[in-house]
Structure formats: structure tokens, C-alpha cells
Design a protein around this ligand. Structure first.
Ligand SMILES: Cc1cc2nc3c(=O)[nH]c(=O)nc-3n(C[C@H](O)[C@H](O)[C@H](O)COP(=O)(O)OP(=O)(O)OC[C@H]3O[C@@H](n4cnc5c(N)ncnc54)[C@H](O)[C@@H]3O)c2cc1C
Length: 503
């Protein structure tokens, strides 16, 4: 929130009056007559949340958003399901259109404008478009430039046929690839592609490098389109942010779904003549027609760094609890920024959509005159893998827990998802990690069949982790119960009782 008394932009009348009056009155007058300008760099979750909230709370603020692409307020999270074919159009992933932002929310949204410079001394940004450069003054500035997909430095990573999935245009390319390959595969039936080993019909073998949530979601999307999916993970388990028990459950399910999972596989090259033809690991060469690289993201910080905005140890932009950077009235939020962990208070980098929306909204409120923090993160995440769902929150890793001064212990239970007599139930696997001496709940991880509630159950654990509850207090949570949804003691409560009894 800009509280300084900056005379640029004062109207002539105000200046005339101001020249006859006392300094504090001038500032007061400035506040009355001047229009403050809030400039946002990046038009997705964090940027548009901030822009919309600022404008809603104070319609007098001029809000200018620069977005280098053409899409704004889009849900990249839906891209795997667009590629799968469950969502028919990229437009369906857009929650508010550019026209709605401009016409209904009165936001000066400029797509096709890349901000190439921030000058904090002059309080201006320079944005570049096809029509040339524009210099835009700001009173408050938000850097919401997001993240970009990381590609490991391996031979062949730039070959045709190698994709990442970080943007709407990546989604378009992948969907086109899927459509083309399926059409060609149909023509080749019943023999299908030359290297298909274990599917009756096949659009071709494909490789996925990385067993994180994007790799797992894309395994589902590609398998649904009859690709033979080979997933390469360098560590000893997939979904390594989740508990080992959750990783194991999802791994077993991927294998049941005919995904070939290569654990401990260090991909050394993506080989091929004119395009990718094989994934080469330290001990295997697997023929593929296409490769998706899903090895994580890095915060997009070049613009901020060049302006003197400080980065934290995680490599993302450092902010205080109000999301303000080291520069006055310059904020950062979303995938380009750090956030503090709810347990340790330490800065962490957890680039996920709700944090971007929450922190963007908090900045919008602050800029509109109501200083707001937006809260820390618990590292809560969810993933769907074919017919399974999984979620995690808090600290599960024992080394990390010890580094934060805890003495961790972990237990896992399997429990029925619905009353035993109620049809169609399944199993919920719950892992809890607690601090043994105090019983404090540090983290949780859950897996179940899709629709059997692992993800929604995790919300109770988020509450326990965030509020610093002990496992006994969690076991006393008054959760809802009815036979179609759970057992009288929900699996979360059972897990709390079990681990509480073993401390
Ligand atoms: C395939 C996929 C699946 C995902 N699934 C989930 C999920 O299930 N759950 C979840 O919580 N999160 C998920 N995410 C992450 C989620 O999409 C991000 O956390 C969220 O989009 C972050 O929003 P943001 O506004 O910080 O950044 P972004 O969405 O990256 O937006 C940043 C914007 O800034 C623009 N920009 C960058 N530099 C400039 C510049 N110099 N000038 C102008 N504009 C600029 C970019 O073009 C971009 O539009 C997923 C992401 C992907 C890619």
C-alpha cells in the first residue's frame, strides 16, 4: 500500500491549493484528489486475483495488468484433462475472459505486453508489445510472473517430439500430438505402432520423465488415449512429496493400469535422428515416439532480480508476511515467490494455485487500503491417478522434521472408506507424522480409490497441522459421519487414535 506523498499526477487545482497550504494538508489533499495506480505483471492466478480484489475494494484505483501472452485467468491445472480429452476446449479453462476483466471489472488489461524493465527509483515499468514500448508509472506494483518448466540438461532434450507442460500453448501442442498419433494409430490397427509391447490397441509408446504430480496426471491422460506409457523416475519412488505408503499405493495402481514405471532410472539422453526415438537411462534404451518432461518448475525471477528485488534461499522472490518485497510498495505472489511454512515459519517454495490466488487477493486488499497478510502454506497438494486420488499436507519427511527441532514418528493405517454394510466402499490409507514428545501433528498423507474421499479427508489434517493440534486433539475432532461417507470413526480419527496410542 503506497502511503507516501508523491506529487506526480496531482491535478492543477490541487497543486494551486497545495502551494498555499501546510505539508500534511498537501498529503491529505493528495490522497483525496489523486488516483493511485496499481500495476500488475502477469495475468494469471496471482495477478488477476490481486487486480480484481483491488478494483472491487476501491473502484477509484487505476489497475493496469500486463500479460505477455494472450490467455489470462486460465487454469493450467486443467491441462492434463484437456489433453486427455475430458475437457473439449481450452476456453473452458478460462474463469474470466479478457473482455469481462476490461468491461465488467474496469481493469486496464493489456495482453501481448511483456514487462521488460522495472525501475523502482522512477516507479515505472516498461512493457513491450508489437506496437513498441510503453512506460507505465505505478504507485503499487505486483510481480506475478509465475514459474517455468525445468528441463534437465540431457542430450536430445530439445529434439522434436519432446514436450513440457507449463503453458496453454504447451497444452495445445500436446493435444494436437495426441490427436495426430491417435489418428495414425487407428490407421495402423490392428498391428499398431512398432514398439508397443503390452497394449492391444496403441497410439504409440511414449515416455514421461518425472514421477511428480504432472507426470502422474499425464500418465493417465496419455493412457486414456491408448498410448503405451513408460514413466521414468530418478529416485526410489514416485510422488516423493507424499508419504512412502501413498507413493506405494499409487505406484501399484499405475502398474495395474499398464504403465511401465522405471524407478531409480537416471535418464541420460533422449535419442533419435530427426526426432526423439528412445529414452536412454543408465541401464536401458526404451523406444518411444514422444516424451513429456515433467521434472518440476523454477520461479520466473529474471525481471525482478534485474530490478533489485531480493530472492530468498529457495531461489524464489523473498517477501514479508504481507507479500511485500525488499522494495517499498513492490509485492510478489504466486509461483514466482516464496511463502512461509505454517509449522516452521521458514520460507518455502510450494508453487500451487490456491497460494497464488490467496496471496494475490491479500495484496489486492492491501493495495485498496486494508493491510492483509494472506497466510502461510502447509504444502497441501492433491493428485488424481487413474482411479485413485491422493493428498498430502505438512511435514512428512523425518530429516526435515528433525531439522525443525521435532522428534518425528510416522504410522500408516488402512481403513474402510464407508460403513462396512454400505455398498461400493473402498479403502482409505492414512499416514500421520507427529512429534513424539508433544504429539503435535506435523503432516499427513492419504490415498484412496477415486471418489472415496482421500482428498476431502485431508482437509481435517490441514486444520490440525495449521493450528498446531496434538494427535489426541485431532482424535477428538467432531467430524461428520453417515454410512455412505465413512465409518463412525472416520479413517482420519482412527489413524490419530492408533498413532496416539503408540507414542
Ligand atoms: C499442468 C499443470 C497442472 C497443474 N495442476 C495444479 C493442481 O492440480 N493444483 C494446484 O494447486 N496447482 C497446479 N498447478 C500449478 C498452478 O497452475 C500454479 O500454481 C498457478 O498457475 C500459479 O499462478 P501464478 O499467477 O503465480 O503464475 P502463472 O500461472 O505461471 O502465471 C504467470 C503469468 O505471468 C505472465 N508473465 C510472465 N512474465 C511476464 C512479463 N515479464 N510480462 C508480462 N507477463 C508475464 C505469464 O505469461 C503468465 O501468464 C499446475 C500447473 C500446471 C502447469
Amino acid at each position: 500500500m503506497s502511503l507516501g506523498c508523491n506529487f506526480e499526477g496531482l491535478s492543477t487545482v490541487a497543486l494551486a491549493l497545495a502551494s498555499h497550504t501546510h505539508g500534511s494538508f498537501i498529503c491529505w489533499l493528495y490522497d483525496i484528489v489523486s488516483v493511485s495506480t496499481f500495476v500488475v505483471v502477469g495475468g494469471d492466478a496471482a495477478g488477476m486475483s490481486a487486480a480484481s480484489k483491488a478494483k472491487r475494494d476501491d473502484p477509484e484505483i487505476d489497475v493496469v495488468v500486463f500479460e505477455k501472452g494472450q490467455w489470462v485467468s486460465y487454469g493450467a491445472c486443467g491441462l492434463p484433462y484437456y489433453i486427455k480429452g475430458e475437457i473439449q476446449s481450452l476456453d473452458d479453462l478460462v474463469s474470466v475472459t479478457p473482455e469481462e476483466f476490461r468491461q465488467e471489472r474496469d481493469i486496464d488489461l493489456r495482453t501481448g505486453h511483456e514487462v521488460v524493465d522495472i525501475d523502482p527509483d522512477e516507479r515505472v515499468v516498461t512493457a513491450r508489445s508489437e506496437d513498441g514500448d510503453v512506460v507505465q508509472p505505478y504507485d503499487d506494483l505486483l510481480v506475478a510472473t509465475g514459474a517455468e518448466a525445468v528441463t534437465p540438461p540431457i542430450d536430445g532434450i530439445d529434439s522434436p517430439g519432446v514436450f513440457t507442460l507449463g503453458s496453454m500453448s504447451d497444452g495445445t501442442e500436446l493435444r494436437e500430438y495426441v490427436g495426430r498419433a491417435r489418428a495414425e494409430g487407428d490407421l495402423q490397427q490392428p498391428d499398431s505402432g512398432p514398439a508397443c509391447q503390452f497394449l492391444e490397441t496403441c497410439s504409440g509408446p511414449v515416455g514421461i520423465v518425472g514421477g511428480g504430480y504432472i507426470g502422474v496426471e499425464m500418465a493417465e491422460a496419455l493412457a486414456a488415449n491408448e498410448f503405451e506409457v513408460h514413466l521414468f523416475q530418478r529416485g526410489d519412488r514416485i510422488l516423493k512429496q507424499f508419504s512412502e505408503a501413498t507413493s506405494e499405493a499409487v505406484l501399484d495402481h499405475l502398474v495395474e493400469q499398464d504403465v511401465a514405471v522405471y524407478l531409480g532410472a537416471e535418464v541420460e539422453a533422449l535419442a533419435g535422428e530427426d526426432r526423439v526415438e528412445a529414452v536412454v537411462t543408465d541401464d536401458e534404451r526404451v523406444p518411444v515416439d514422444m516424451v513429456l518432461v515433467g521434472t518440476g518448475v523454477r520461479p520466473r525471477t529474471d525481471l525482478a532480480e534485474a530490478a533489485g528485488i531480493r530472492l530468498g534461499e529457495t531461489g524464489a522472490i523473498e517477501t514479508d508476511a504481507s507479500r511485500e518485497t525488499n522494495l517499498d510498495d513492490v509485492y510478489a505472489a504466486g509461483d514466482c515467490a516464496e511463502a512461509e511454512h505454517v509449522i516452521t515459519g521458514d520460507p518455502v517454495y510450494v508453487p500451487l494455485a490456491l497460494t497464488a490466488n490467496r496471496h494475490g487477493r491479500a495484496i489486492g486488499k492491501t493495495v485498496a487500503g486494508e493491510p492483509t497478510e494472506g497466510g502461510g502454506v502447509a504444502g497441501t497438494a492433491a493428485v488424481k491417478a487413474f482411479e485413485m486420488e491422493a493428498a498430502r499436507t505438512g511435514i512428512l519427511d523425518h530429516d526435515r522434521a528433525r531439522a525443525a527441532g521435532f522428534d518425528p514418528m510416522t504410522e500408516t493405517i488402512d481403513a474402510k472408506s464407508r460403513a462396512g454394510y454400505y455398498p461400493d466402499g473402498g479403502t482409505v490409507r492414512v499416514t500421520l507424522t507427529i512429534d513424539r514428545p508433544s504429539g503435535r501433528v506435523l503432516g499427513g498423507s492419504l490415498a484412496s480409490e477415486y471418489g472415496e474421499g482421500a482428498v476431502h479427508r485431508s482437509h481435517a489434517l490441514v486444520g490440525a497441522v495449521t493450528e498446531g493440534l496434538s494427535v489426541d486433539e485431532l482424535a477428538d475432532y467432531d467430524l461428520a459421519y453417515a454410512p455412505p461417507f465413512n465409518t463412525t470413526w472416520d479413517p482420519v480419527l482412527t489413524a490419530a487414535k492408533v498413532i496416539g496410542g503408540r507414542r
